[in-house]
Design a protein around this ligand. Sequence first.
Ligand code: HPA
Length: 241
Amino acid sequence: MGDLANHIEEAKAIPYSDIPNFPVSTVAGHKGNLVFGKLGGKQVVVMQGRFHFYEGYGMKEVTFPVRVMKALGVKTLILSNAAGGVNPEFSVGDIMLIEDHVNLFPENPLRGPNDERLGTRFPDMSEAYSKRLRNLAKDIARRDGIMLREGAYLGWQGPTFETPKEYQLVRLLGCSACGMSTVPEVIVARHAQMEVFALSVITNCAIGKEIAEVSHEEVQTAAKLAQQNMTHLVTELIKEL
Ligand code: HPA
């Protein structure tokens, strides 16, 4: 969703490197700015580039930006990711609304002493992805002729793409897509009682059809295809918040 930052009015970009304790992204094609401004008539802060566990950051670092946003007064967290689709009905370039997740990361970002000022020890995850926001997005997609898939996301650490059997496992667990991000941020956001909305771009399909070899370049090309619709959906959703 890096393109979204280009649509922000009165934008003020702050490089991550200028923010104390903020990690810096190491992946090609991921920028590193916190961009403040207005979108859809609302005050927003957009992360241009995010931090992945597979880069070697600890879970506290991966989710630090969410803590910062909470401290800044952010109430709604909107996330996006690239994901491998294992629902046989999906095609490359589809946008999937995340309705739930399965967390298979080796560590939970909330492990360790709980700071009661930030949230409760045992956070509820029964509706991690806000039903209200999902319904709003579905209404917008229907209204504006954007095809929106729906499904659960399985998050694990990567950085290897999945073996054929691992893709099968994702499907067996009732998920429609898998990837290497998002779940840690969602956990910390729910701990802080933020309302969460998330979209996956299906950049490769890995079940039902022959499992193709995946490259980072292909993932980026497919993500670009969906960018315009993603930007539209998110901007319209923000208008209605
Ligand atoms: N697996 C994990 N992460 C991904 C994939 C995938 O197939 N595609 C894009 N990100």
